[in-house]
Design a protein around this ligand. Sequence first.
Ligand code: URA
Length: 222
Amino acid sequence: MAPIKAYQPPKQVILLPQTQQLKACTTIIRDKNTQRADFIFYSDRIIRILVEEGLNHLPVVEKAVITPTGKEFHGIDFQGRICGVSIMRAGESMEQGLRDVCRSVRIGKILIQRDEETALPKLYYAKFPPDIASRYCLLLDPMLATGGSAIKAIETLIDYGVAEERILFLNLISCPEGIAAVVAKFPAMKIVTAEIDAGLDEKLYINPGLGDFGCRYFGTDK
Ligand code: URA
């Protein structure tokens, strides 16, 4: 099954350019026969592209520099500080990709799990830099499925004072259900995604998806 074509994502969604390189990488990580070393390697390649694209949506200011030829060059400078926030455990796989691009970046963590009694996503742990409210947040989770964990994570960031429009949610594979749920609650934030799949299956896995990202990346059982 190919990723969905007719679906028009809402304007809050930034879909990575669908290049052949990206398609080849996602094909490898979707293949159930791909060994873990390759799964990690090609996921990391995609994560790097996602991070670079996410950073393109942060504000910049004009900046002029003098080059070694003595001439002025009119360029830009990054404006504002950032913070990564990974949704444990799968989101932790995206931390190194962020560090590779943003040296010494602060990284917060959120642990959300389904409450056995209510079946709703429940916050178990959150740790952020103290000044998170003044930072742009790159929220990291490789799979946007139902959107339940993402919504809880975004609510938590907002509780800590982060403005919705300062949150960028980065994921490798998303689906219309998860996108709709997140965008309906938080219309001012942006989602950066590598591919949008057809939907969810009866077990709430993304279809065709790639299975359990965290287990494949970290080499564990479900
Ligand atoms: N999380 C995963 O790892 N895979 C899915 O398909 C959905 C959520």
